[in-house]
Design a binder for this molecule. Structure first.
Ligand code: SF4
Length: 260
């Protein structure tokens, strides 16, 4: 059996009670710090340049050449095509205005080359990539993030994607994603990733809700990975092409037709 199918079987067999036990043992309470919804400071040497020619890379040099967000790396979280559509509907209902695909999601930047302006679909950007990332604002924060009095909030909370519902946790199955890099804690099959809310008491009800969402996410990620593998066709066209479980798309979400 293909390994992704085997992992999908394992995901479908996950015991929500056992996952909840692990989440309770690790502990978690959201502090609304916004850390999982906002851009990150750039790593040293990542994008910094000696623009003022003083021989050093300092903040005075300003953001690097590919940095459009004031010295911060844009928030990058995977959102699946059905979740993009749900977010569009939720945003339209919340804000009373039309939301296009590209208002919600941008192509994952990995694999693309050129000036990544305007959400990776600006002039000169080419290449093929896999999946979508939540859209970001000029500061590199998720486009749906709002902050007031130091408290962060998601403006589409009820429609937020599975990756957001389950952060800072993941399940250690092959083919599932590990957000924000390496795990900082582990219990059973559950992995915990960098978050200031870890280690706090969590109720059994909340742990079970999180565990159920974590199982749904593991299944969804593996189903998506299998569909992408099975539908993949090399781009063979100019510009940016995004491969997801529904086939090939342009950055505005429209399908790329196969040449006759
Ligand atoms: S959709 Fe909501 S929870 Fe997810 S990153 Fe954006 S603001 Fe945060």
């Amino acid at each position: 059996m293909d390994s992704l199918e085997a992992e999908l079987d394992r995901a479908r067999d996950l015991d929500v009670g056992a996952l909840a036990d692990s989440i309770e043992a690790i502990g978690f309470e959201c502090t609304r710090c916004g850390g999982c919804c906002t851009g990150d400071p750039l790593d040293d040497g990542d994008e910094e340049v000696d623009a003022d020619g003083d021989g050093s890379e300092t903040e005075a040099d300003g953001p690097g050449p590919e940095d459009e967000s004031g010295g911060r790396e844009p928030h990058t979280a995977t959102v699946f095509p059905d979740e993009v559509r749900e977010l569009r509907s939720a945003a339209e209902a919340t804000f009373g205005e039309a939301y296009d695909w590209r208002d919600v999601a941008r192509p994952m930047p990995f694999g693309l080359t050129g000036e990544a302006e305007g959400g990776n679909d600006g002039d000169g950007v080419t290449g093929e990539t896999f999946e979508w990332a939540l859209g970001t604002d000029d500061c590199g924060d998720c486009t749906f993030y709002e902050e007031s009095d130091g408290q962060g909030a998601c403006t589409v909370h009820d429609a937020r994607p599975l990756i957001c519902r389950t952060y800072p946790f993941s399940v250690a199955l092959g083919g599932t994603s590990q957000p924000m890099g390496e795990a900082v804690d582990a219990e059973g099959l559950v992995r915990a990733h960098e978050c200031e809310g870890l280690g706090r008491d969590i109720s059994r009800v909340e742990a079970e809700e999180l565990a159920a969402a974590l199982k749904r996410r593991a299944i969804r990620e593996l189903e998506e990975a299998i569909a992408v593998r099975d539908t993949y066709e090399p781009a063979g066209v100019d510009g940016v092409v995004v491969h997801d479980s529904e086939g090939r798309k342009r950055p505005d979400g429209t399908p790329v037709e196969s040449p006759d």
